[in-house]
Design a protein around this ligand. Structure first.
Ligand code: NCD
Length: 328
């Protein structure tokens, strides 16, 4: 890899970011490790990936490099976007999406699986059902581990793409009112995103049923970061002042008790009627999959940003991979 400059005929490099990055060789486990400088860097590289991908489709920053996509939990967007991102960077991917067909089903430990895969590849993307699994993997790994979701813990690359979506769509993040709606207890995307947004002086509106409120461990981090938030059960209290409405799915797979899930499933449904009370310039986001929280009839509203958010995810994951694999 020769840093971020593209060998193009024109004298103007398509990527003009510095070839060095503190991300080189680094694990991406939690947003808690990231400061404002790191975030500006990710946003800047991701924006350039967006421009370059639009112009030439793919580049060869990761030529000859291999990524392992190791998923112990279902995924469509995260695994496919890391796969596409690595290939658009000229690299290739080894995918283990069905761990039940791997030696995991024979009882192999996560540590042994990681040490095996890292023998073949340059970077490992890991999704696991246990909180802290990515950190456990990183403790034995010699190659960078990227946390693609650890149970109800964190989902740092989703938070980065969510941040990128907000900045690309609304031009800034500082001072916005961001409403997080739904399952704030088990939803790892909001655990990561709220911590990131706390660095930007965002006003957070946390809307959920009482049983699905943001965990105290996340609130403690928000407090330490000087964040400003309010807690609600009724979306109507905050919809008019919202700049970003971040809707989440109730995380059925995290409930021990099916009746408790049934009691809160379908608690919120965003419809075109809901948005009649929202600002004209605001966006609706969702990490997806949606299972009824946003009606398909909302999709035609220009404020529905969730499909664009999916596309931004490609550029952010290209940026993260290029930075982690980058040469100083
Ligand atoms: C989310 C996840 O896996 O945490 N999906 C995703 O990565 N885009 C959200 C969810 O599953 O509800």
């Amino acid at each position: 890899m020769d840093g971020f400059e593209l060998p193009v005929a024109s004298s103007t490099p398509l990527l003009d970011v510095q070839p060095t990055s503190t991300f080189r060789g680094r694990h991406v486990l939690s947003v808690r490790e990231l400061n404002r400088d790191d975030l500006s860097y990710v946003l800047r590289v991701a924006h350039q990936m967006r421009v370059v991908t639009g112009l030439v489709g793919s580049i060869d920053l990761a030529k000859g490099r291999l990524l392992a996509n190791l998923f112990y939990e279902p995924s469509t967007r995260t695994s496919a976007s890391f796969n596409a991102a690595m290939k658009r960077l000229g690299g290739d991917v080894v995918s283990i999406n069905e761990v039940r067909y791997s030696s995991v089903s024979k009882g192999e430990t996560l540590q042994d699986t990681i040490r095996t895969l890292e023998s073949y590849v340059d970077v490992v993307v890991l999704r696991h059902h246990q909180v802290g699994a990515a950190a456990e993997a990183a403790a034995v790994a010699r190659k960078p581990i990227i946390n693609a979701g650890d149970g109800a813990g964190e989902h740092p690359t989703q938070a980065l793409l969510d941040l990128f979506t907000i900045v690309e769509e609304l031009g800034r993040c500082e001072g916005l009112t961001v409403t997080m709606l739904g399952d704030l207890r088990y939803g790892r995307t909001v655990h990561s995103l709220s911590r990131l947004l706390a660095l930007y002086g965002v006003k957070l509106r946390l809307v959920s049923p009482p049983s699905l409120q943001m965990p105290e461990s996340v609130l403690a981090d928000l407090r330490a970061r000087g964040a400003h938030w309010t807690v609600h059960e009724d979306l109507e209290e905050v919809i008019r002042s919202t700049d970003v409405l971040y809707v989440t799915r109730v995380q059925k797979e995290r409930f021990e008790d099916q009746a408790a899930y049934e009691a809160v499933a379908g608690a919120y449904v965003i419809s075109p009627e809901t948005l009649t009370r929202a600002k004209e310039r605001m966006i609706v986001m969702h990490p997806f999959p949606r299972v009824g929280e946003i009606l398909p009839t909302v999709d035609a509203d220009p404020r529905a940003a969730y499909f664009r958010q999916i596309e931004y995810g490609l550029f952010v994951r290209m940026a993260i991979l290029a930075m982690v694999l980058g040469r100083a």
